[in-house]
Each structure stands twice: as structure tokens, then as C-alpha cells.
Design a protein around this ligand. Structure first.
Ligand code: ADP
Ligand code: MG
Length: 332
């Protein structure tokens, strides 16, 4: 009799314990890399902290390959050897980013152009004291901009910049690519539910722990801690470029960090922000920068033929979403 009672109590307890130990749990990690704050959230039954550590290591590894300022990175080597005729061996990841960048440059008629390195330096956007450069500084930086001067030898995994002093800057595409690589790593670890945010480059993997779609807010460019609307996402990236993210003021004028490669000045296309929504985050990042330069009217037909979705927030407050997003985007 006593034995029976013990069984009756112990078995359900054991079942509960097994369930408790094997249930899906949420793990998060926050750290600073890629010059921004990174937030990773995953749902898993395995050791989530170990997986998050692997993600952080991979993000830092890719930063050391793609950053223009990290000594001996692929981009640093390409810039240092610009114009000397020699192709530099680079990682397969760099080849992919250079090729994707070239495709987006072609599709956007150079609105996106990674050879803006000297122009970004002239404005000092990577320093603590950005300022308006002189006309002559702008002109000499513009003369070195041409995405067609990035020579890529895919077969030998090598690349070069054709002219001396040319300089590439992957600030408009690298975070998107690194988000894609983080998602690949998560999938190889059997993670089917995650939300990653690399400084505004978000990626929603699968669904939330409650089975609902992830919700991503689009930041208001005017009011901090406020959003202009929400996107419901599953297995998609949402990447925003805006005039409020990095800027300085001089003589009462605001200058932001997304530059028009044709004029040499911060893009003035009538937009406060643009958010690109698509599966490939590398493309989403490059297009977010390009569409910000081009404005709503010029961007829409290009996005349409590429099958890419977007939400535009014009400086007059008008919000335009592509047709596919009508059911997944809610304005506030
Ligand atoms: P963020 O990096 O703030 O998320 P973006 O993805 O729009 O925003 O990238 C802006 C960065 O891209 C700039 O800081 C600069 O390094 C680089 N950049 C600026 N203008 C261009 C351009 N027209 N084409 C390509 N890269 C650009
Ligand atoms: Mg971008």
C-alpha cells in the first residue's frame, strides 16, 4: 500500500521534473560590437548560453574581416593596396559582400556605392568631431568614388581597388551580412525561434515562443522611444536607414551620415527613414541605404522588380508601404 502511494506521487513528480528540465527557454545576450549595441534573443531546449557565445564570437570574427578600421582586416588591406595593381587574397565572406554591393550599386545607379570611404572620412562621421568639409575636399573624395573600380576575382578569392587612394567602407552593408551569418549559425544549431538586432538591423527567425509572429517596431525619427508602426515578421529581416541615427549640427543645419555619392553631401531625398523587409538581410541593408539616397518615388519601381518590400517615412510625415506589407504593417 505504502509503495503504491510513493509511486503515485513520485511518477508525476518525475514527469514534471523531466518536462521542467527539457522545456524551451529564452536566452538573451547584449553586447557592444560593430560600433553599435547588439541584442540576441533565442528560444531553445539546449544550452542557449553556449549558442549565444558562439554567435558573439562569429560576429566579432566577421567584424575583424570587414571593418575598414581594424588593422589587417580584408577591407583595410584592400584600401592600403589601392591602385598598386595587385589583387589581395580575401575571405569568401568578403567576396560575397563585394559582389552583393556591386549588384545593388548597378540596380540603384550608384546611389549605393561602397567606394564612399574618402567621402565618409572627409565628413568625419567615424570620429568624435564630424564637420562640413570644404568644396575641394568633397570634390576630390567624389572623384575617387566608382563602384566599378572594385575588381573581384571570385575564382581566386581575391580583390583589388583599381586607383590609388580609393577607399571602400562597408558601413552600409556589413551589419546586414553579419545578421545573415548569425542566422545561419543559429539554424546550424537547430534554433528555430530567435530575434536578433544588430543596431537597427533586425532579423526574426521563425515564430515567438507562444507561436505568434515576432513584432518589430519602426522607430520614430522625430520622437525617441516612440514608433511609427509595427511589422509582424517570420523569417525576415527588417533594416532601417534614417536621418536620425548618426548626425551633427553646424550653424543650425543638421547633417546626417547617409551620403549621396553623386553630390558628396548628406542625401536629401525627402525621407526621414526607410525600412526594408526581405529574407536576405545583406540586400536589406544595402537597399536601405540606397533607397534613403534615392527617395520614395525612385525606389519603388526598383524594389518592385527586385521583389523587396519597404516602409518609407517622408519628411512631410507621409508613410508609404509596399503592397505586400499591407497585411503585416500596422501604423500607430
Ligand atoms: P547604419 O549603419 O546607421 O545602420 P546605413 O545602413 O544606412 O545606416 O549605413 C550608413 C553607413 O554606410 C555610413 O555610416 C557610411 O559608412 C556608409 N555610407 C554612407 N552613404 C553611403 C552610400 N551612399 N553608399 C554606401 N555606403 C554609404
Ligand atoms: Mg544600410
Amino acid at each position: 500500500m505504502k509503495k503504491r502511494i510513493i509511486f503515485i506521487i513520485a511518477i508525476p513528480l518525475l514527469v514534471c521534473l523531466i518536462w521542467y528540465l527539457q522545456r524551451e527557454r529564452t536566452y538573451t545576450s547584449n553586447f557592444f560590437a560593430l560600433d553599435t549595441s547588439i541584442e540576441l534573443k533565442i528560444n531553445t531546449t539546449s544550452d542557449g548560453n553556449k549558442i549565444l557565445q558562439k554567435c558573439e564570437a562569429r560576429i566579432r570574427e566577421l567584424e575583424n574581416i570587414l571593418s575598414a578600421t581594424v588593422e589587417n582586416s580584408d577591407v583595410w588591406q584592400l584600401n592600403k593596396n589601392a591602385g598598386n595593381g595587385q589583387s589581395i587574397p580575401v575571405h569568401a565572406e568578403t567576396i560575397y559582400v563585394l559582389e552583393t554591393a556591386a549588384n545593388v550599386s548597378k540596380l540603384t545607379d550608384g546611389a549605393f556605392d561602397i567606394t564612399v570611404g574618402n567621402l565618409v572620412d572627409a565628413w568625419g562621421f567615424r570620429t568624435d568631431n564630424p564637420s562640413v568639409p570644404s568644396e575641394s575636399e568633397i570634390e576630390s573624395a567624389i572623384n575617387l568614388i566608382n563602384y566599378k573600380d572594385v575588381f573581384v576575382d571570385e575564382e581566386n578569392s581575391a580583390a583589388k581597388l583599381i586607383y590609388p587612394n580609393q577607399k571602400i567602407d562597408l558601413g552600409g552593408i556589413a551589419k546586414g551580412f553579419i545578421a545573415d551569418e548569425t542566422v545561419s549559425l543559429l539554424k546550424s544549431e537547430n534554433i528555430n525561434s530567435a530575434l536578433i538586432n544588430l543596431g537597427g538591423n533586425t532579423y526574426a527567425v521563425g515564430k515567438r515562443i507562444d507561436g505568434k509572429e515576432w513584432t518589430v517596431g519602426i522607430q520614430s525619427p522625430i520622437e525617441s522611444n516612440s514608433i511609427i508602426g509595427k511589422l509582424k515578421l517570420t523569417d525576415k529581416a527588417a533594416v532601417t536607414s534614417g536621418d536620425y541615427q548618426r548626425y551633427f549640427e553646424e550653424n543650425g543645419i543638421r547633417y546626417h551620415h547617409i551620403l549621396n555619392p553623386h553630390t558628396g553631401y548628406p542625401a536629401e531625398s525627402g525621407l526621414h527613414s526607410v525600412t526594408i523587409v526581405t529574407e536576405n538581410s545583406t540586400l536589406a541593408d544595402a537597399f536601405s541605404t540606397a533607397c534613403f539616397v534615392m527617395g520614395t518615388k525612385k525606389s519603388l519601381p526598383i524594389l518592385n522588380s527586385a521583389g523587396i518590400d519597404a516602409v518609407f517615412y517622408d519628411t512631410d510625415g507621409k508613410i508609404t508601404a509596399t503592397d505586400n506589407l499591407k497585411s503585416t504593417f500596422e501604423t500607430n
